[in-house]
Design a protein around this ligand. Sequence first.
Ligand SMILES: Cc1ncc(COP(=O)(O)O)c(C=O)c1O
Length: 403
Amino acid sequence: MKTGISVNRVPLARRAARLVPTLPAAEPADVISFGSGHGCPAVFPDLTEAAKAALNKHRPETLQYGPTLGLPGMRAWIARHVMENGARNIGPDNVLVVNGAKNGLGLIGRLLLDEGDAVVVTAPTYFTCIPIFKTFGVSFYEVSQDEQGLVVSELEEILARIRDEGKPLPKLVYNVPDYHNPSGVTMSLERRQGLVRAAEKFGVYVVEDSPYRKVRFEGEPLPLIKAFDASGTVIVLGTVSKLVAPGLRIGWVVATEDLIARLAQLKSDLGTSPLAQRIILEFVTTGGGYARHQKNVRETYRAHRDAMVAALRRELPEVRFTVPQGGYYLWLTLPPRIDADKLAARAFEEKVGIIPGSKFYAGKGPKGLGAPTNNVRLCYSHAEPEEIEEGIKRLARAYRSLG
Ligand SMILES: Cc1ncc(COP(=O)(O)O)c(C=O)c1O
């Protein structure tokens, strides 16, 4: 029913004016989806035994309200995970369990950002962070990326200029260092160290969002940016969405104890589902299934990536891209005459879903020179290799039809 309240003309809160339409959760069944970063259903683990164990062994805990900060065992497991990835002096008190990393980012925004504040993002950046930050009425500074990730020298120039002009410094730098969404780039060790030094020098937080870290196909893992942080400058966001299953809605924030305590005060839902947390804990700590699952994820998504790379080289040799060493995405650069928004619309008519690069810019693009119009993000995780073959053929048809 659409009448009711609106008839009385009760105005929405002012912040509702900043809300932007959300993307549909899924594409129509006959569309091959290279759009959203969904997992491949065939890779989702069988969690039946973990769920049974959670409900049989921990019935009161899983069906009762849980602790706002998260189950103690979950917080301890997350703290260990962050330490194993290079961070120092992290314990369960540095961890807040949240309903996925996006929920964590929203809480961080609510804690740190006032209307009129600014944040720094890479150009391009994870497109969902843009509407999340926008709800707080902030402005954006965009910093370029190259094959080593966020260009720290450019960030320092931007921050020094803001300071010299007597303007308020941004509150945080948001970055995805491992297999970046959308560019697939992994930030180098030197840049990770440099980013922490720059953030400490200018007194801004770094939000390190690393959901793809363990979806690694080649190369040695680098330490988290958090590993170089001795002063509490880096806030880590993590999630089980990309490695295990997004439907569980389990993520975490790792930060100083006082920030975590404040974030918990904002988390007004009386805690993330204890049942989902306990299922994860059972899965990751019992019987070697987690190790086998990680191997399967890596092998499957590597095969998906290889299938997409081979199909692109065959069907669209004029398109450029760097092959990512992990993660879910390929970031294509089309010849400048091709408008990626038009290509996405044509591709949809050919029944393949892609996301044009324009969606990944928070403002005017690197150095304010205008957001490029000839990039496309392709997600290879969701579709099976045969669908990837067919989807790239459809994309090539759409591309050729643009002349
Ligand atoms: C950079 C980044 N952060 C966070 C998320 C999602 O996190 P969650 O499902 O835990 O909310 C994604 C998923 O697409 C992502 O790419």
